[in-house]
Design a protein around this ligand. Structure first.
Ligand SMILES: Cc1cc2nc3c(=O)[nH]c(=O)nc-3n(C[C@H](O)[C@H](O)[C@H](O)COP(=O)(O)OP(=O)(O)OC[C@H]3O[C@@H](n4cnc5c(N)ncnc54)[C@H](O)[C@@H]3O)c2cc1C
Length: 379
């Protein structure tokens, strides 16, 4: 009886929201910031929002705490002409990107702003948060979007990137997307900081902790004791599932793998973490980011954050250099959109040569030292 009542209320709520679906487009972009600036990948989500429709005001949501958040908001207000407002959620709860409070924040902002679309980038930040927010809002997200045909029609890869499918979104608002930043490059745009600046407003967080089930609390709970028990269990289940422990990232001074112009990747053939340092030296000389195959990561040569591929990072640099990489489809899924691919492999039949623009059949233990010797020192 109690669960039937819950379902009836859920579908009523769904119907209510569906009636708003015909409103004109307005997009909420979930942005990430670091060191007082919005991350370049987040701007790709703004570019994607722009392709939904020309007349599409974009609200950028920034959360965190302290002065760097507000600095980032100031910069975000003038970074793209289609951003009409920057929403700032300032609370210790958002000091770290834990999915639960962020998902609740999106739910709160969506319920107030009634956006037609909510977009985040397909990186670990967006992929962690957006699907949870979608679950709270009772909609199904479309992930890994690589192209947009219209407000509700999207292209996304399937079968580890071996095919592209067209998805027609027919659900209720908001239509929630994660987009691949490599597919929505950010053109250089200058915005007049006086006339073109977006407004900045603080998100009212006073109701953030009320949880997703407050809408049912208006019911006469004492008349349905069993329902009260169900709600309490659901609330208990929905909070505190994760907690921040530590941030471990290597400050190498090298460019970020996701947005680097040159990526130098090593595979299992490097044989050890010690040998992998050759790849790092080469990357340093070229001003490149370091990437790795899953085999190299699993063997412990480098940390997981350097993995390129289907279950790693998706990259599309100007130049991708692969050393001792076989070219498994799961790896190609993460790098085959690179502009120029150079592969060095001692097996002339290695699949990597099928996508390479320049291939060298040779031993990486001879080729890399030669390259290191012949390339000029980085200035
Ligand atoms: C669900 C799933 C998800 C996956 N996700 C990813 C992913 O995100 N990223 C990823 O990379 N993989 C992923 N994989 C693993 C993938 O299938 C491959 O196993 C992996 O990419 C192989 O890595 P590798 O090319 O380094 O190693 P190998 O396949 O072992 O290839 C090593 C290559 O080095 C060459 N070689 C050997 N010695 C030398 C030398 N001295 N000089 C030059 N060349 C040499 C060999 O000829 C060979 O081609 C995934 C697999 C699954 C099942």
């Amino acid at each position: 009886m109690a669960s039937r009542l819950l379902l009836q209320n859920l579908s009523k709520r769904h119907l209510l929201r569906s009636t708003f679906a015909s409103r004109s487009a307005s997009t909420l972009v979930l942005a990430e910031h670091e060191g007082g600036s919005i991350k370049a990948q987040s701007l790709s989500a703004v570019v994607a929002a722009n392709s939904l429709s020309q007349d599409n005001p974009v609200s950028l949501l920034l959360a965190g705490s302290g002065s760097s958040l507000h600095q980032a908001a100031e910069k975000a207000a003038t970074c793209h002409p289609s951003i009409s407002q920057v929403l700032v959620a300032d609370s210790e709860k958002f000091a770290y990107p834990l999915a639960e409070p962020w998902a609740k924040l999106i739910q709160l902002v969506q319920l107030k702003g009634d956006y037609s679309h909510v977009i985040a980038t397909s990186d670990s930040f967006g992929k962690n948060i957006l699907p949870r927010a979608a679950a709270l809002l009772d909609v199904s997200p479309v992930t890994d979007v690589v192209d947009i045909n219209g407000p509700h029609q999207f292209i996304r890869p399937i079968y580890a990137g071996n095919a592209l499918c067209t998805v027609q979104y027919t659900g209720a608002n908001p239509c929630m997307l994660t987009v691949r930043s490599t597919s929505f490059p950010v053109p250089h745009i200058s915005v007049d900081s006086k006339s073109g600046a977006a407004s900045i407003s603080e998100v009212d967080l006073s109701t953030l902790d009320e949880g997703p089930f407050t809408w049912i609390l208006g019911l006469q709970l004492e008349s349905i004791p069993c329902l009260e028990a169900i709600i309490l269990t659901l609330i208990a289940d929905s909070v505190g599932k994760s907690r921040f422990m530590k941030l471990s990232s290597q400050d190498t001074g090298r460019p970020d793998l996701g947005s680097a112009k040159i990526v130098v990747t090593g595979g299992r053939a490097l044989k050890s973490a010690e040998n992998f340092k050759m790849i790092e030296k080469l990357a340093e000389k070229l001003g490149a980011a370091v990437g790795a195959t899953r085999a190299a990561v699993d063997a412990g040569f480098v940390p997981n954050e350097l993995q390129v591929g289907q279950t790693g990072k998706i990259v599309a640099p100007e130049l991708y250099m692969a050393f001792g990489v076989s070219g498994a489809i799961q790896h190609l899924a993460g790098m085959k959109d690179s502009k120029i691919i150079v592969a060095v492999n001692k097996d002339s039949d290695a699949p990597i040569f099928q996508v390479a623009d320049y291939g060298l059949v040779g031993d990486l233990f001879e080729v890399i030292p030669e390259l290191l010797e012949k390339l000029p020192e980085k200035k």
